[in-house]
Design a protein around this ligand. Structure first.
Ligand code: ZN
Length: 113
């Protein structure tokens, strides 16, 4: 099985992704345009997060945005408040650029939601 290892800058949070992305997404919502995250959306079952991330829930949004409390890197988001929503995303920038730098970029118009 393919296993890609990523981490925040200080290494407190580690991400394992067990699939290989074919593209990535940039979102213009008020959170993502600040963090500059390059998202890979996936099923939660292909990701393992290790370490204590800090969650941030934006207003009425059902997503929790996670970051490292030490180095501040925006590592992933989950939708724990809605168990029927089986998606999450990892920030590909936490992984080696050889995994994602060449990928096509999808633009998500999150600002309009
Ligand atoms: Zn960190």
């Amino acid at each position: 099985m393919t296993r890609h290892q990523g981490s925040c800058h200080c290494g407190a949070i580690r991400l394992e992704l067990r699939e290989t992305p074919v593209d990535g997404a940039e979102c213009n919502c008020s959170l993502c345009r600040r963090s500059g995250a390059f998202w890979h959306h996936c099923l939660p079952e292909v990701v393992t997060v290790t370490g204590e991330a800090t969650g941030y829930i934006q207003g009425d949004c059902m997503l929790t945005n996670w970051h490292c409390g030490t180095c501040g890197m925006n590592t992933h988001w989950t939708a724990p408040q809605d168990p029927s929503y089986d998606r999450m995303a990892v920030n590909l920038r936490m992984f080696d650029p050889s995994l994602w730098a060449h990928l096509p970029r999808r633009q998500i118009d999150g600002a309009s939601f």
